[in-house]
Design a protein. Structure first.
Length: 236
């Protein structure tokens, strides 16, 4: 499990707080640099007929824009920069983690929970800012009989408070399971030597599947963020 170990690269102590620069932070910075480089390089020409790189950048842009438009509506347009940045950050973090010798920061619950709790708090603040105390109507569906409040409100409240947990655990668990599986099967290939052809073939297939999972998990995290924004803006 050493592939999930967080190692200190640059010790930094701020009073009683350890804010050392770690391998996890290094790959977060690397992801941000690669995202910036990818978008700048892809859009530098702004050709009428887009090339391969510009097409990929435009597809990413359009996909996130469509997610916001379909799930939040025109009111979600102002949140596009944040949602797009979130999608690209998770996507690049997941894909970089598949490179041998790299580090997958999305495989740590501390990282995924930090992102999830920021989204949860932001959505809650947006909800109260737009609706005031009326945001509490989210916990009691419109049109439901009043006598069901004693049942529905606790259920809706628990469901709402569990959002950052489910959002973070989903991403973290999928990344950990995939990497552990690759490590285990890769070990069989080495142990079996010339007879490891079958495990090697399985490993290639699982690696291809992991690239799909990396993109899918970034998509799921993003679409759930859009759904939470919808609830905050439009309530039910």
């Amino acid at each position: 499990m050493h592939q999930f170990e967080v190692n200190t690269l640059l010790p930094i102590q701020l009073g009683s707080y350890d804010i050392s620069f770690t391998n996890s932070a290094l790959f977060m910075v690397l992801s941000a640099i690669l995202i910036t480089g990818f978008l700048v390089y892809s859009t530098r020409g702004r050709a009428l007929v887009p090339g391969r790189w510009q097409s990929m950048a435009e597809m990413s842009y359009e996909m996130v824009a469509n997610l916001l438009r379909d799930n939040v509506g025109s009111a979600g347009r102002k949140y596009f920069p944040f949602v797009f940045s979130l999608f690209m950050f998770i996507l690049f973090g997941n894909i970089i983690g598949l490179v041998p010798g790299s580090f997958t920061f999305t495989s740590h619950i501390a990282v995924t929970f930090a992102m999830a709790i920021v989204i949860f708090l932001a959505v809650t603040v947006i909800g109260f800012a737009r609706h005031g105390a009326g945001f509490l109507r989210l916990f009691f569906p419109h049109g439901a009989p009043l006598w069901t409040a004693v049942i529905l409100i606790p259920i809706e409240l628990v469901s709402y408070l569990s959002r950052p947990i489910s959002l973070s655990v989903r991403l973290f668990a999928n990344m950990v399971v995939g990497h552990v599986l690759l490590k285990v099967i890769g070990g069989f290939v080495i142990m079996l030597g010339i007879f490891g052809v079958l495990p090697l073939a399985v490993l290639v297939g699982i690696t291809a599947l992991e690239f799909l999972v990396a993109a899918l998990q970034a998509y799921v995290f993003t679409i759930l963020t859009c759904i939470y924004l919808h609830d905050a803006i439009h309530l039910h």
